[in-house]
Every structure is written in C-alpha cells, then in structure tokens.
Design a binder for this molecule. Structure first.
Ligand SMILES: [Zn+2]
Length: 289
C-alpha cells in the first residue's frame, strides 16, 4: 500500500504518486550551475557524486476520468542504461497500479510531459516477437505535437534521450492524440506548456473546487529546483526554463497550488513557502492540512 504522503485530495480529485523506481544521476548535471557545496546540503551525493532520483508518475482520479501523468522508465530499460543509471525498478508502475486494482484497461488517458525515455518507458510493452504495443490499450495518449516530432527526429544532442521505435506503435494504434500548446485534456485537467527542458515540454494542471494541483515534470524535477538557479544541465533551453519556471512559480504561489515533481523521492507533493525573497517547498499532506 502506498504511504499516506503519496496521496492528496484536490477537491473531487484524488492524486496518487506512483513510483516506477529510482535511478542515480551525477549531482552536478542535476543542479546545473549551482556549486556542489550548495546542492550537497539538499541532496547528499554518493561516492561517485551521484544523487538518487525517483521515477514519479501521478495517477489522477477525477469523478469522470482516470489519468496517468508520465509512465516512468518501464520494464525494458536495457542493460546499458540500467548499468549507467543504476535503475532500481521497485515498486514499479504496473505493480503499483495493480495494488490499486487498476489493470491495463483501467487508464482512460496517459499524458506524457515529454518523451525522454524516463518519462514514457511504460507507454508501450515489448511483445514476444520484439515489437512494441500500447501498455494501456483503452487509453488516449496525449502528447504535444512538437515533442512527438522531436522524439521521432531528435536533434543530435538529445538523441540518446529518445527511443522512437517504442513510440511509433502508439501512432499506428490510433491511440495517440497530438495537441498544440495549452488546452483541456479532460474536465478539470489541462495541459500547460512549460518549455525549456525540451522545446514543447508540458505540465498538467488539475483543478477542482477551487484547488489546484500542478505536475511540473522536469521544469521542477525536485523540490530543490524551485530555486530559480537550479536548472538541470540536460535542459536544451535553460534560459527558457528559467523564465517559464519563474512565471509558473508566481502563478503557483498566488493560487496556493500543490506541486508534483518528476524526480523527487521524499517529497511527492509540496506547497511553496516564501521567506522574504526566498521560495522553498514544504511537503503537502493528504486532506489538505
Ligand atoms: Zn526526467
């Protein structure tokens, strides 16, 4: 059973963090221009200077729709990536869904923030013949059109982050829904482009009874990244990340939003707290305490 800290209620919607596992990334790459003496107090590095990150997916249950935001790295990471990133796929997305009584047919809509392999690995599953098929055969898969095009034809720098052969079956199956910019996904659920990590990277806003949850994905991958200077070296357009994050956090503060983070293990839900000019995150607990 997932711990109480992994669930929150936003009006009529229930949101649950599902952990597809953890992996390790160089701390310098994760925190960009911020010196180790500063970031190490927020995320303790191992002997190889790596920090442990979560593969967070969020299940959103509204009165009408069951949505899954990002699908982790999936069960078929491959040995090279597993060795490089030390992926530990416990408990695993599909296992966590099963614990909630949700099988492959239980998801209505999958939304990918972007299509880097650690965010869409569970979109498809490998069949015995080596080809890939949709893991959620009843779902619509909602992706920004620009991100889809980038995933199928990545720029050279970003090529290692995409696995197009695993995505193409979504288009062939007719389950893929490409959207352009901000817009509704389901009642009370909206796509919001927050560019920078990739050109068309999107977040997801859930609104119910005057309350808001925002899945910021890789714009704010961990609670430490609410500090504007904390920007991953992986971001293709860091100046855009800075501006998009600044604008997003201003809206989040004004609306007292609950935020969800793509890679924070300890804090799946947080609220902004301001001390003078400084913003940081305090964990948000269930039942809106
Ligand atoms: Zn990521």
């Amino acid at each position: 059973m997932s711990p109480a800290s992994d669930r929150i209620r936003i009006g009529d919607a229930e949101i649950i963090r599902l952990l597809d596992g953890t992996f390790r990334v160089d701390g310098g790459a994760m925190f960009g221009v911020v010196p180790r003496t500063l970031w190490a107090s927020k995320a303790a590095p191992d002997r190889e200077n790596r920090v442990t990150l979560a593969l967070n997916c969020y299940l959103v249950r509204t009165p009408d729709t069951t949505l899954l935001l990002d699908t982790g790295v999936g069960p078929d990471v491959g040995r090279r990536r597993t060795d490089f990133y030390s992926f530990d796929r416990r408990p695993g997305l599909f296992e966590s869904l099963a614990e909630l009584g949700l099988g492959p047919d239980g998801i209505d809509i999958v939304v990918n923030s972007h299509l880097h392999f650690d965010h869409c690995g569970g979109n498809t599953l490998k069949k015995a013949d080596g080809t890939w098929s949709p893991a959620f055969p009843r779902a619509r898969y909602v992706v920004q059109r620009g991100e889809w095009e980038q995933a199928l034809h990545p720029v050279e720098r970003d090529k290692p982050s995409y696995m197009p052969a695993r995505l193409e079956p979504l288009a062939e199956s007719g389950l893929l829904v490409l959207i352009d910019g901000d817009g509704p996904i389901a009642p009370g659920v909206d796509a919001v482009v927050v560019a920078g990590h990739t050109a068309c990277h999107q977040g997801v806003r859930v609104t119910s009874a005057g309350q808001t949850f925002f899945y910021a994905a890789d714009t704010v991958p961990t609670a430490a990244h609410v500090d504007l200077d904390y920007i991953m070296s992986f971001d293709l357009y860091p100046v855009e990340t800075f501006d998009a994050k600044k604008a997003l956090l201003a809206r989040a503060e004004e609306g007292a939003w609950v935020l969800g983070f793509s890679h924070d293990l300890k804090t799946p839900f947080g609220r902004l707290r301001r001390t003078g000019k400084r913003l940081d995150i305090v964990p948000a607990r269930a039942e809106n305490d």
